[in-house]
Ligand binder design. Structure first.
Ligand code: GLN
Length: 537
């Protein structure tokens, strides 16, 4: 196949309709039919990337192998497709403007007035086609963040309009996701907001080819007919997306609605085989029929917002299914945890995960939690800041270094067991300057990490500035905190564990970013299994 085909996904009526899940589900179906498919997200905000955003703003910041800090939807793309994404898969308005302005400064538009149309739109169109250019993919799905009609979205919508025209008949299509609200008092589903939102798209010169309608109730034939007529789409192109019990149900629901077939028809592509979802459905089967259940504490400072720890929550879903175990996540705000209430707050947990994070708020609660897990033999997983807290706890309470700390929290501490990485010491800019992306880690023979991964060397994704201070390695190891994973080039300690504990692991990297439905992460799988064992004791 030579021509790459493009699918654009826009949203109307409200935000949070789940465009990312619809895009990922469509991609999954096309992939399962044998099409090489990728998804990218264009976000209409001015940050160059979401790396400088607080999780409360926009949820978790996801990290790719190549070290891009991205929107959390890329996590869904990877979890559904099991294909790694990259910097090119997430573009923000900030990045687009930055690159246009840099070009202007270099004189690339010398003599010209630089404008939104055509300079910004050309840059957007260029980036929209980047992944489709090298023949690696048959279909590129582009999700446009935000809601149609927003001021911020306009340059993207105009770029889509131009691209649809330039690509020509049958080489692109537009999926518009909307909401069909249910008015309880009238007992009716309402189509008007969708009609208006389709009209708004039309005013920008874009005709929606497929409508995906989020709804809490089944759409009747009559209502589908009405939507088709008033929104100017084929009857078969009105797709119902009813609320699901899990996002992993959505590909099957879209298959039933024929979303992939309508899309292929419009793109003039053969249907090939029916989608092969065998393994996917085995996963779903296990997910829905658990034999055990465990309670895991998620100790963090952003717990009020579910999206802050999206990848961790999804990794537990994958690992839970593998273990045929329902993993109930008990979110606990670390800020309000201390030595006096730790027992009461943590006693019903079968496992404890101390979450990643930045800054001082809530860290003493995290340290107290680690102590509780260590002393009571509760399965423990510390991720990034969580691993650093485990090192601090061990230094304070086992080595007796009462003032041990991270220089992130106390610059002048006498025992900086966690310290700023050497190469970070000269960095002042905050954006995109952490130690990011995939780094190699060698695993110590015979260690728990070695057994869990069943490998001697792994690649995992990082996002941090501080690190385990090797000046303390000898005393920590002698006292029982083993360094079981080391970066071979820098000697940085990436994994710590305690031999005498049933399951006590801290990792400087983020295993959650690499967990997918097809490949549940081994650390999470083992952690859940350790929780089941602990509970049955
Ligand atoms: N704040 C810590 C650091 O920068 C941990 C970061 C994280 O948990 N992602 O090293």
């Amino acid at each position: 196949m030579n021509q790459t085909k493009y699918i654009f996904v826009t949203g109307g009526v409200t935000s949070s309709l789940g465009k990312g899940i619809i895009a990922a589900s469509l991609a999954k179906l096309l992939q399962a039919r044998g099409y090489r498919t990728t998804i990218q997200k264009f976000d209409p905000y001015l940050n160059v990337d979401p790396g400088t955003l607080n999780p409360y703003e926009h949820g978790e910041c996801y990290v790719t192998d190549d070290g891009a800090e991205t929107d959390l939807d890329l996590g869904h793309y990877e979890r559904f497709l099991n294909v790694p994404t990259s910097q090119a898969n997430n573009v923000t308005t900030g990045r687009v403007y930055l690159s246009v302005i840099e070009k202007e400064r270099r004189g690339e538009f010398l003599g010209k007035t630089v404008q939104v149309v055509p300079h910004i739109t050309n840059e957007i169109k260029e980036r929209m086609q980047l992944l489709g250019r090298n023949g690696e993919f048959d279909i590129v799905i582009t999700e446009i963040g935000g809601t149609v009609g927003d001021i911020e979205s306009l340059p993207y919508i105009e770029s889509v309009r131009q691209l649809v025209w330039e690509l020509g008949e049958n080489n692109s299509l537009v999926v518009h996701l909307t909401l069909i609200p249910y008015l309880a008092a009238a007992g009716e589903l309402k189509t008007k907001p969708t009609q208006h939102s389709v009209k708004t798209l039309m005013e920008s010169g874009i005709k929606a080819d497929i409508l995906v309608c989020r709804t809490e109730h089944e759409l009747s034939d009559e209502l589908r007919q009405k939507l088709a007529l008033f929104c100017n789409v084929k009857r078969e192109a009105v797709i119902q997306s009813i609320d699901a019990s899990t996002i992993y149900e959505v590909p099957n629901m879209m298959l039933q609605e024929g979303l992939d077939r309508v899309a292929l028809k419009k793109l003039d592509l053969p249907e090939k085989n029916t989608p092969d979802l065998k393994n996917w459905n085995i996963f779903l089967q296990k997910l829905k029929n658990p034999k055990h259940s465990v309670n895991v504490g998620l100790i963090g400072k952003y717990v009020e917002l579910q999206d802050s720890y999206k990848s961790i929550i999804e990794a537990f879903i994958h690992a839970g299914a593998t273990n045929e175990t329902k993993v109930n996540i008990v979110s606990i705000q670390s800020e309000f945890l201390d030595a006096n209430n730790a027992q009461a707050k943590l006693k019903d947990l079968d496992g404890i995960l101390v979450a990643p994070g930045f800054g001082e708020r809530g860290i003493e609660g995290k340290i107290e939690t680690v102590r509780y897990a260590r002393e009571n033999n509760i399965p423990f997983l510390g991720i990034c800041l969580g691993m650093q807290m485990a090192v601090i706890e061990f230094s304070r309470n086992v080595l007796g270094l009462k003032d041990a700390n991270s220089t992130e929290m106390n610059e002048g501490t006498a025992n900086p067991v966690i310290d700023l990485m050497e190469e970070q010491k000269t960095i002042t800019d905050k954006g995109g300057t952490m130690r990011l992306g995939a780094w190699k880690c060698d695993l110590k023979d015979g260690s728990l990490a070695n057994k869990i991964y069943n490998a001697s060397s792994i690649m995992e994704r990082h996002r941090h500035r501080y690190e385990y201070n090797n000046d303390y390695q000898e005393s920590l190891q002698n006292a029982g905190l083993i360094s079981s994973g080391i970066n071979p080039d820098t000697g940085l300690v990436e994994i710590i564990e305690i031999d005498s504990h049933p399951f006590f692991v801290g990792v400087q990297y983020h295993p959650e970013y690499k967990s997918t439905v097809a490949n549940p992460h081994p650390l999470f799988v083992s952690f859940v299994s350790a929780m089941v064992t602990h509970k049955n004791k």
